[in-house]
Design a protein around this ligand. Structure first.
Ligand code: FMN
Length: 187
């Protein structure tokens, strides 16, 4: 029997139903047609602390010694086939809602890890108010380097410029919505 295919959307915007979530929904629409189950994680609704660099990963039997809502996010990451990092561009980088998820992937790569996350696939979705594509350079570089470090295969990136106010993606972002749907259908 074929393994269950799960597309997990890690939503880093504090705006529920905002621009990046709408792009992610289009990706999901394409993926559902391809037989994916889609899981949405609204990170802004969770309490996610930063990595403590305590080097005590797994010492309590779970990835991190901290007791916060990463306890819910870790299983989502472990069971996902494709993980989508969905973030508004904040100061040319990740939103503070999604950044802790990156940092707290460290346990999977510590010596003696009880579990690892091999053969994951990853997608980047972002939107920014600036008109120039180059504003995404930092986030794109971070995504490329981080996924390479993790050994995850990148399936695609959608970085939509000139998308600022709530509703901009519907008003003038059809190109990005279509690209996201196409990407979802191709995974
Ligand atoms: C704190 C903050 C920082 C931002 N920094 C940038 C930025 O550096 N570059 C940019 O193009 N847009 C920036 N923006 C605009 C957002 O990226 C933009 O509004 C985006 O469409 C929000 O997506 P969302 O609706 O999914 O939250 C910033 C917005 C906020 C609130």
């Amino acid at each position: 029997m074929e393994d269950k295919k799960i597309l997990t959307l890690l939503l880093g915007s504090p705006r529920i139903g905002g621009n990046t979530e709408k792009i992610a929904d289009a990706l999901a629409e394409g993926a559902i047609e391809k037989g994916y189950e889609v899981k949405k994680v609204h990170l802004a609704a969770l309490t996610l602390k930063g990595c403590l660099d305590c080097r005590k990963c797994w010492s309590t039997g779970k990835p991190c010694i901290q007791n916060d809502d990463m306890d819910q996010v870790y299983p989502e990451i472990e069971e996902a086939s494709v993980i989508t990092f969905v973030s508004p561009l904040y100061f040319y980088s990740w939103s503070s809602q999604i950044k802790p998820v990156w940092d707290r992937l460290l346990p999977y790569y510590m010596p003696g890890a009880l579990r690892t996350t091999p053969s994951k696939k990853a997608i980047l979705i972002a939107a920014g108010g600036d008109k120039e594509e180059k504003v995404f350079d930092g986030m794109r570089a971070s995504f490329k380097l981080a996924t390479n470090f993790l050994g995850w295969e990148v399936l695609g990136e959608i970085c939509a410029p000139d998308i600022y106010s709530r509703g901009d993606i519907e008003a003038k972002g059809a190109k990005w919505i279509n690209k996201a749907k196409e990407l979802g259908s191709s995974i």
